[in-house]
Design a protein around this ligand. Structure first.
Ligand SMILES: [Zn+2]
Length: 177
């Protein structure tokens, strides 16, 4: 049951935050294109997608192929925000507040394992090349590693330290919402 927070919970969080991604943010609550933001908020908000674009551009998919940061920014923003929303919801549950290990894993570790598990996929290199050039989502591996390398509770859960492959200093971890 609790695994669902890391799985479908993350997906639900992802979909909700599309209302506030680079495109969704341009619509008001009834669906009209309206600038409803304060100038201050919107300027702050616009800086976040740029951080996401720059970071995802640095992810190597195959030899010289990188994630296309600009093409995937809306989906990546929703992935980063979605895991945070799902985690907040999970922490409101009894198991989320507990530390009881099951199969050797803490509740937080199981939450993240479940998140990674829903994106398992096997593809050919040819498919991946085509996907990266045409799909507004990042490849599955980066839909997991991208959000998690920005999410401090993941570091805590697995004791991720400087020198580990997914480590980013706290100042470089992107928080969207
Ligand atoms: Zn999406």
């Amino acid at each position: 049951m609790m695994h669902n927070y890391g799985g479908i919970g993350m997906v639900i969080g992802h979909e909700i935050t599309h209302s506030f991604d680079d495109q969704g943010a341009q619509y008001d609550k009834v669906g009209n294109v309206t600038d409803w933001w304060t100038k201050y908020d919107y300027e702050k908000f616009k800086a976040r997608p740029q951080q996401v674009i720059d970071q995802y551009n640095s992810f190597t998919v195959l030899d010289s192929v990188h994630v296309k940061g600009a093409l995937t920014v809306g989906e990546n923003t929703a992935d980063i925000a979605g895991i945070a929303i799902a985690y907040d919801a999970f922490k409101l549950t009894e198991q989320g507040k507990d530390t009881l290990k099951l199969d050797g894993f803490t509740p937080d570790q199981r939450f993240f394992i479940s998140m990674a598990r829903i994106w398992r996929v096997k593809t050919t290199d040819q498919f991946l090349r085509m996907y990266v050039n045409t799909n507004p989502h990042s490849p599955a591996k980066w839909r997991v590693n991208g959000p998690l390398m920005n999410f401090t509770p993941f570091y805590t859960a697995f004791d991720v330290k400087e020198g580990d492959k997914m480590y980013k200093p706290e100042s470089e971890r992107i928080v969207v919402w």
